[in-house]
Design a protein around this ligand. Structure first.
Ligand SMILES: [Zn+2]
Length: 154
């Protein structure tokens, strides 16, 4: 038998099998992890009113985690270090692209509330450094290629 309860964050009605009590269900709407407990059970008549969404569809993860923290720790230090590394080694491409990609992912996770947003400023700084250096790298390649072509023509 299934139990239903509203997401603690966005109030979407989640339908969960009773055997998942004690585990965590990820809300498909806002990605918030909700602890499934028996007392959340709704009366049968009320359960038919709202259209329930199935949290077991795509990216549901049932964990018996003992950690009270649902949020992932931020990686602002790493991303900022990558940004600085790409500056320090004269516009290396690898750390700058990594800083850009990881920074973008993490800021999206912070927006969704699944990552600690304390490091947002540092993450953003590292990401912007990565973006600028990646851009400059390709700009310099383009300029270099144009010069090579120009010399070849002359
Ligand atoms: Zn939700």
């Amino acid at each position: 038998m299934a139990i239903q309860f509203p997401c603690t964050h966005c109030k979407t009605i989640l339908r969960i099998e009773e055997r998942h009590i004690g585990k965590q269900a990820r809300c498909p709407q806002c990605q918030t992890l909700n602890l499934v407990v028996e007392s959340m059970q709704f009366p049968e008549n009320e359960s038919e009113q709202a259209a329930p969404t199935n949290p077991y569809s795509a990216d549901f993860s049932a964990t018996s985690s003992t950690s009270p923290r649902n949020q992932q720790p931020h990686r602002a230090g790493l991303i900022l270090a990558l940004g600085i590394a790409s500056l320090a080694c004269n516009f290396c491409l690898i750390p700058s692209i990594l800083a850009w990609i990881l920074g973008k992912q993490d800021i999206r996770k912070m927006d969704q509330g699944i990552m600690d947003s304390e490091g947002r400023g540092m993450t953003q700084a590292g990401m912007i450094m990565g973006m600028v250096i990646t851009f400059l790298f390709f700009l310099s390649i383009t300029v270099w290629l144009l010069l090579v072509i120009a010399y070849a023509v002359v």
